[in-house]
Design a protein around this ligand. Structure first.
Ligand code: FAD
Length: 434
């Protein structure tokens, strides 16, 4: 399969970069004294920059690569509430009230991104088309029903069950045992969305500096802010925001101990025509499924290609090796795509946390928001904006995550040695249908 798999114009970069490439032009250099330094130029950092610059502070966003090079221009474009943990897990960990507030934040994030795109007039193929979450086994379908019954009334209004006998209206496969539909979930072109955010931040006065790595951060005595060593020299800043998520490195060891970088792999197929697309996913919804090693897929804007992602191996690998594995998974769901070539294969590092929820936090005076556990399109922009409000000292920056401890674990410093065994075990459970 491997020789015929890749199309002649195959690229191992993000499909979304074809239309919105990351600029390789060197940007301006960073000045030595500023109000706010934001490290990381994805949705989190850029959203925080919009708020802070609009608050009148001189705001610089740095990135060790091109602007928006991380997850924010290479994701699947599936916009969800983003909270991975269910009500049972959250209630067990934090009590029912906090669990409900956390779930509500996911709904707030989903509402926020729709309003933001509308208000700022962003063209990024944003469509509220809903999501179909397929049940991998009949037992999973029953569990969906029990979970739905437990959700607070205000939060479950958009979700409903679709039994296996009716799922053909949702998806052109009998791979699933029914599923759950979330009507309010949306899709977008992630790189177009990110590029527009950068323009909005620049119009507000924020400046972006590419190829500038933060190497270390030192707190100055009293309330004199921070001295940050970067690849372009030292910068003094009153406030520092860490927005590095799955790419968090040794410049911020405290955060590195709390973020688990996990590779997420993704392919785009060649154009197979919109007619085939509407047979595969008739309502053009996003699709995920109930396996622990989740796959996620959707049609590209235009409905003529599949964007298919998931986890492919115990250890991290490269996009040429991940493509055949994702392709095989895709064919188990849609056998009719056999022979359709892959035009793009790429990957990125999502930031997982030990709690399974994101954290917006202030440690030793340094602000951060990270740990979206693979579903951060809505949450990162929303929490980035909240973080910006917190930096400005505004009351509306309060979130349900503020009081939750950002946990580390003994013997974890940066290399997730436990990932391989965990993925193996989850794979076994998936195969047993548990
Ligand atoms: C393949 C893939 C598919 C995904 N699909 C979806 C999806 O369909 N739906 C969804 O909701 N979410 C999805 N996600 C997750 C989502 O993209 C992320 O949660 C979100 O983009 C995180 O944004 P961020 O700004 O926090 O981080 P990022 O966009 O990753 O940005 C972090 C930036 O920090 C920079 N950086 C790191 N260290 C330093 C340093 N020391 N100095 C300077 N810069 C530094 C990096 O270069 C990087 O550009 C996916 C992710 C991947 C990888």
């Amino acid at each position: 399969m491997a020789t015929d798999l890749f199309s002649s114009n195959f690229s191992d970069n993000s499909y979304w970069w074809d239309e919105n490439p990351r600029s390789r032009e060197p940007s301006e250099r960073i000045p030595s004294e500023i109000d706010t330094l934001i490290i990381g130029s994805g949705y989190t950092g850029t959203s925080a920059a919009i708020e802070i610059a609009r608050g009148g502070r001189s705001t610089f966003v740095i990135d060790s690569q091109e602007i928006g090079w991380g997850c924010s221009s290479r994701n699947g474009g599936q916009v969800s509430t983003g909270i991975k943990s269910d009500i049972d897990q959250l209630s067990k960990n934090y009590g029912l009230d906090i669990a409900n507030s956390i779930l509500r934040e996911g709904h707030n994030a989903l509402a926020w991104i729709g309003d933001f795109i509308d208000k700022e007039n962003i063209e990024c193929d944003f469509v509220v088309g809903g999501k179909f979450h397929g049940a991998h086994t009949a037992r999973h379908y029953e569990r969906f029903g029990r979970q739905l019954a437990k959700y607070p009334v205000a939060l479950k209004s958009d979700a409903y069950l679709v039994p296996r006998s009716e799922q053909i209206s949702e998806i052109g496969t009998d791979f699933y045992h029914g599923g759950l539909v979330f009507e309010k979930h949306a899709s977008l072109d992630p790189a177009a969305y990110h590029s527009a955010m950068v323009q909005i931040a620049e119009s507000a006065g924020a400046r972006f500096v590419s190829y500038c790595t933060a190497e270390s951060i030192h707190r100055l005595r009293g309330s004199r802010g921070f001295r940050v060593k970067t690849g372009q020299g030292e910068v003094r800043a009153r406030d520092v925001v860490i927005a590095t998520n799955g790419y968090t490195q040794r410049a911020t060891p405290w955060h590195q101990r709390r973020i688990i970088p996990i590779g997420s792999y993704i392919i785009a197929t060649e154009d197979f025509g919109a007619e085939t697309g509407s047979r595969l996913i008739p309502r053009a919804r996003n699709v995920t499924d109930s396996r622990r090693l989740v796959v996620y897929y959707r049609l590209a804007p235009g409905g003529n290609r599949l964007i298919f992602g998931g986890r492919v191996s115990l250890a991290e690998t490269n996009p040429r090796r991940s493509a055949p594995r994702l392709y095989r998974q895709m064919l188990t769901i849609f056998p009719e795509l056999a022979g359709i070539q892959v035009s793009h294969s790429w990957m990125g590092f999502v930031g997982w946390t030990f709690s399974g929820i994101p954290h917006i936090h202030r440690y030793d005076g340094v602000w951060c928001s990270m740990g979206y556990c693979g579903s951060g399109i809505a949450l990162s922009g929303y929490l980035g904006a909240k973080l910006g409000q917190q930096v400005l000292g505004l009351g509306e920056g309060v979130t349900a995550f503020d009081a939750i401890r950002f946990q580390a674990r003994p013997y974890y410093f940066s290399y997730p040695w436990f990932l391989g065994p965990s993925i193996w075990w989850y794979g076994q459970l998936d195969r047993m249908g548990i």
